[in-house]
Design a protein around this ligand. Sequence first.
Ligand code: PMP
Length: 281
Amino acid sequence: ATILYQDQFIDRTQAKVDIEDRGYQFGDGIYEAMMVYSGKIFLLEPHLKRLERSARELSLTLPYSIEHLADNIKKLIELNQLEDGVVYFQITRGAAPRQHFFPEHTPPVITGSVSSKVRDLSKRPKGIKAVLAEDIRWLRCDIKTLNLLGNVLAKQKAHSVSAGEAILHRGETVTEGSSSNVFIAKAGELVTHPADHLILNGITRLFVLDLAKQLDIPVSEREFTLEELLHADEVFITSTSNEVKPVLQIDDQLINAGEPGALSKKLIAAFDAEVERIRTQ
Ligand code: PMP
């Protein structure tokens, strides 16, 4: 497979990571993962905007313009002849003698890769099981950084009991999933945690908020409790790779008798229509 390394396209086996790369040693870097449908990047602009914001929040100076980075990501997809799949893009603060403080004059290290994944709707599960996990992460979850150990531990907790996601909570407040945002529906209204420093403002979250608006579904961006989660009419997660995925069970508690709810199905249908639309654009 061809990967992006800095400003070059090389075979994956030719790529080398310095043992003192700060991404490797400190998780000091940022990333984006984007879906590709029929060779087209879904929601490219908001992903690039978030990448720029993550860089700014970490005082990481991008070595190329965002337009140039976007061109390279598109070229990577072309070179790999990717139709449907994921493109992963990351920038670390680069390689320098190990010191916690930022190095000077060290170029960031850019890598990008793709993986193919056919979007087969007939094989799509109707929902997932989730577990609850205390949110033990830091207080800047709004930045999409490589520091994912809190997320990894939570996902492993889910995986170890064959659940698809861990829903995180700080005390009684539900924040987000280990790699997704969480929505609940109650009495016809959607509720999701506000986009503050405790969650990543998911591009899929934003897209679903937009779809809800178009469909005249009321939404409240406010904190909600574990109690509200477990007694919701519907629960679903959103993320780049999961799109909109109903949560049918949380720990031992069934949600909506273990069936996807009406609002979830409506949003999934609208989402599917948007994906089909960009395929032919
Ligand atoms: N929250 C966290 C912690 C995540 O890792 C992700 C996925 N990267 C999301 C939310 C969803 O974000 P997006 O919709 O942009 O994939």
